[in-house]
Design a protein around this ligand. Sequence first.
Ligand SMILES: Cc1ncc(COP(=O)(O)O)c(C=O)c1O
Length: 386
Amino acid sequence: MLLDKKLDQLPLTKSKPDTLKHLFGNTNTIPMWVADMDFEIDPTIQKALIERISNSSLAYEYKPSSYFEAQKKWYKDQYGVNLNPLDIIFSPSITTSISIIIENFTSEKDGIIIQPPVFMEFRDVIRNTKRRVTKNVLQLINGCYQIDFTDLEKKAKDKNNKIMILCNPHNPVGRVWKIKELKRIVNICKENNIILIADEIHKDIVFYNNEFTSILKFLKDWDKIIVCHSEAKTFNLAGISDSIAIIPNEALRSSVKTIFKKYNLGRTNALTRTAIETAYKKGNTWLKKLNKIIENNVNSIERELIKSKSKIKLIKPEGTYQVWLDLRGIFSDSKEMFSHVTNKSGIGLNAGHWFGREGSLFIRMNIATSNEKVLFAINQIIKSVV
Ligand SMILES: Cc1ncc(COP(=O)(O)O)c(C=O)c1O
């Protein structure tokens, strides 16, 4: 797998000078924060896109049956899920879907349960829709994040809380939730009539023999389950990707569909359609190689931290292409830690507290890049704190 040779020529969000200056204080920072990849896309997808553009027309498109067949097969082969195309609503982005679902099924000030430290836009969406963030904080026990089920039960029993957003695999802590854990979550939601939204955007980046289980596997136990996902992360298509909401419950789906219709969301984009259909049909070989590269990068980070006897601790991920590093043994102030590490290392990372105060004194590093760059970055970070 090659690195993208043309990255420097592209107006990428992660290296936008104003953004680098705003987040890291200078424009020379090496960007390893936004969760996208430095790798060029699967050549089969690239070829399909070039062929599509070579065709003279980019007129309105619909998604043909070949798209749905490829998607159905991908779901069956990858996750053992029988996907019904009729359950799918297409959406410009996952956060669009989550906002609409929250607005549609809850009222202002209702509580939405999230599990921080977690993808910050969950919190933003909840606040922007004037709902309340209800935290079921993840617990770090012996180097592995766990769900506090006693607390989750308590939060679910509170009638003011109406929806739970699950992140599986979890960004930023890298857990790929096990069947036992998912079952417990589903049961708690069922017992308390909580709508369960599972954001499965990181589902395909899983390694060390871990296995991703879609929440769709539990539909027979609880049908107020909604899956939001896209192929943006898996195939490095964030610049053109749309997303889907899978809503098997007919009443929920038709209610959400009405809003999508009202705002005319979910149009087909010719390039998105081409890229994703090709990814479903031919992307598996590339994806397998990608997961090996990510696993190798995690191993390298672990080795460098051990070799240098650094006080930085790696929270070893089971999935996602980010690593979550614990600096609590070195610093006591999160903002001070972040500016110190940024300035001294020259690497642009995500501050842990961006994911909620539960992430204070941690940093997240994107490792979807060459092993050489990962080694350089981790050694810069190690040196920055000695
Ligand atoms: C868990 C999670 N959900 C959603 C997104 C973004 O999805 P979208 O751009 O479709 O809203 C990200 C991006 O990093 C993410 O990590």
